[in-house]
Each structure stands twice: as structure tokens, then as C-alpha cells.
Design a protein around this ligand. Structure first.
Ligand SMILES: *Cc1c(COP(=O)(O)O)cnc(C)c1O
Length: 350
């Protein structure tokens, strides 16, 4: 507990004697069993992996700790990333803690308040471009070629190495790999990393099977589903608002080798799953995270038979990242005078 992913999974990570064993307490996140949806869908056993419990509130910390450890090992002085928000929050935190300058390039106006607050407070240098994530990624790739700065987007292979540890944790906890893994897909690094993790663990004899990988994009940002780049991706789920995924091939490989699917869910389905998760399960994920649950519900409706099956939904980030999104669903807040009777009256108890 609290050892961090480098120490816990060092035998499966590309570490050397010179790699600093840094941590911010990432990994070891809860795998909680469903109390409502499992029964509703007739699933054998359904779990939610709460990646929002990582130190900066998303799974990005798992990959960032490895990328930053390697950057420090290689004596880099600064790191850079493009981000829809969570990568920048994570880079800013690890960079601050381990003495690196952090530069983040974000799409202007398209990043959730909580994530921006993190980058600001951790002291990153922030550049907002009047464009989208895909353009930001192209720019930081070019910058990293021209200047002495380490790129820590998921095109940095150390990121995926760290992120695969979430698959290890699931197997360690369940005693084997689940039958299905439901996961949101944006830049497609995470689905690629999970698949790598499950395959490596089966090879190591730690699991007898690998799960079917069920990836879900947002309907307005679904390049892999449509088979072509989406120039103007649109969705309420900003973390997966990506039209040209860097790990496109990795996602296709995960789908095909596992016998899974990559499909999409509408913003309406994402919002319904977002509310259901919070109101029926007590799990507050950010909108992008709800895409995994929306995907599970969609598949079940289409007839996927989950009887006797074990399924895991990845809840990739905390709902607190995007408070203004919740506010849209607030029924008008009634204000009353500070008296017992007045409060009883609004509650209909009088
Ligand atoms: C980054 C992120 C995703 C998408 O992961 P990819 O690796 O880009 O596919 C989904 N949800 C949250 C909360 C994220 O931060």
C-alpha cells in the first residue's frame, strides 16, 4: 500500500539500477463491486476500478510516474505535453515534486475547470492554443524534436508501461483476468496499455485468460469506429474529445487479438451513465469515465449475455475534475429562511 507502481511492479517495468524509485502514491486503486447495475444487467460479477483515486485524480499518474522517473534518469530538465486536462495535471504534479520544469499545451476553453486548476496550482507553464487536442499534440511533438525537452504524452512508451499496471492490479485482486474489460477510448493509449498488461500477465502465468477488450469512444469523436480521422471532434466528455488517436493501431490490435469491440456511445448515453453511476452506485466519475459504463449498458441492451461472466468497468477519472458539468443537472436550489419550519416545508414534511 502506498508503495507506488515502480516498486510494486518493478519486475514488469523497464527500470535500471539508475532509475529513481519515485512515487506520489499512485496505483493500488479500489476495485469495488457493483450493488445495482450488476443485478440490473444479469451480470455474473461487475466491478468498477476507481482510477479517480490516484493522487491527481486520474489514471494518468500510473504512466506519468514511469515517464518522469525515466526523464530524471536521463537527466532531462523539463517535460512537455499536450493535454485535454488530466495528462497536464499529472505531469504538473510529478514535475513539481521531482524538480522538472513542466510545459503544457491545451486546447483553449475545452479543458475542465478542476484540471486547469491543478496545472495552475502545481505551477506548470500553460499555453492555450485556439485549436483542438490533436493540433496541440502535433505542436508538442515538433517542439520536443527541436528543443531539449522530454515529451510525456502517451507516445512516450514509458507512459503505457506504467499504465499497464492497472491490468496487473485487477488480476492480482480477482485471482484471474475478468471476461470483459470496458474502457473509454480517447487517444487510445490506455486500452493499448491494459491489453499489454493482460497479455504479459498471462505469459507470466499470473492469469489463465485475457479479457475481451470493450472500448468506447464518444459518438462525436469516434475515428476508430468510423475508420477515419474526425477533424472536429465533439462531445461533452472532454477527456476523450480526440479525432486522431496516437495509439489507433494499438487499440485495433487490442480489439482484434482479444475478440472485443470498439464502439461508440452518444452524449445522452454518457450523461445517463454518469448519473446512474453516481446515484445508484455512489461512484462519481468524470463524463469520459462514464463512457465505459454507457458502453456496457449498450452492449447488454444489444443482447450481450453477461450471465456467469466477470466484467470490469474502468472509471478513469474523478467527477470532481469537472464540477461545472454537474451543475447543469442541479434542480433549482431553493433558499429559505434559517428556521426549522421553513426547511420542513421545502422537504414536504410539514
Ligand atoms: C486520458 C483519459 C481518457 C482516455 O484515455 P486514452 O488513453 O486517451 O484513450 C479517458 N478518461 C479520462 C478521465 C482520461 O483522463
Amino acid at each position: 500500500m502506498g508503495r507506488g507502481v515502480l516498486l510494486r511492479y518493478r519486475d514488469f517495468l523497464p527500470l535500471t539500477a539508475a532509475t529513481p524509485m519515485i512515487t506520489l502514491g499512485e496505483g493500488d486503486t479500489p476495485l469495488v463491486r457493483s450493488v445495482w447495475l450488476e443485478r440490473e444487467l444479469g451480470c455474473g460479477a461487475l466491478y468498477f476500478k476507481l482510477e479517480g483515486c490516484n493522487p491527481t485524480g486520474s489514471f494518468k499518474d500510473r504512466g506519468m510516474v514511469v515517464a518522469v522517473a525515466k526523464a530524471v534518469e536521463e537527466r532531462s530538465k523539463s517535460i512537455i505535453c499536450a493535454s485535454t486536462g488530466n495528462t497536464s495535471a499529472s505531469a504538473a504534479a510529478f514535475g513539481a515534486r521531482f524538480g522538472l520544469e513542466v510545459i503544457v499545451v491545451v486546447p483553449s476553453g475545452k479543458i475542465a475547470m478542476g484540471k486547469l486548476a491543478q496545472a495552475i496550482t502545481y505551477g506548470a507553464r500553460i499555453v492555450a492554443i485556439q485549436g483542438n487536442f490533436d493540433q496541440a499534440l502535433q505542436i508538442v511533438r515538433n517542439l520536443a524534436e527541436k528543443h531539449p525537452v522530454t515529451l510525456v504524452n502517451s507516445v512516450n512508451p514509458y507512459r503505457l508501461e506504467g499504465q499497464k499496471t492497472a491490468a496487473f492490479e485487477i488480476v492480482d485482486e480477482l485471482g484471474d483476468a475478468p471476461d470483459y474489460l470496458f474502457i473509454p477510448v480517447g487517444n487510445a493509449g490506455n486500452i493499448t496499455a491494459y491489453w499489454k498488461g493482460f497479455v504479459e500477465y498471462r505469459w507470466a502465468g499470473k492469469a489463465s485468460q485475457t479479457p475481451k477488450m470493450m472500448g468506447f469512444q464518444a459518438a462525436g469523436a469516434a475515428p476508430i469506429v468510423r475508420g477515419k480521422v474526425v477533424e472536429k471532434p465533439r462531445t461533452v466528455a472532454t477527456a476523450i474529445r480526440i479525432g486522431k488517436p496516437a495509439s489507433w493501431q494499438g487499440a485495433v490490435k487490442a480489439r482484434d487479438e482479444s475478440g472485443g469491440v470498439i464502439d461508440c456511445v452518444s452524449d445522452e448515453e454518457i450523461i445517463a451513465a454518469y448519473k446512474l453511476l453516481a446515484r445508484r452506485e455512489g461512484v462519481f466519475g468524470e463524463p469520459a469515465s462514464a463512457a465505459s459504463v454507457a458502453g456496457l449498458i449498450k452492449m447488454a441492451k444489444q443482447g450481450l449475455d453477461l450471465r456467469g461472466k466477470r466484467a470490469v468497468c474502468i472509471i478513469t477519472g474523478s467527477g470532481l475534475k469537472d464540477p461545472s458539468f454537474s451543475k447543469k443537472f442541479a434542480e433549482s436550489l431553493t433558499e429559505v429562511s434559517p428556521e426549522l419550519e421553513a426547511v420542513e416545508r421545502v422537504l414536504g414534511w410539514r
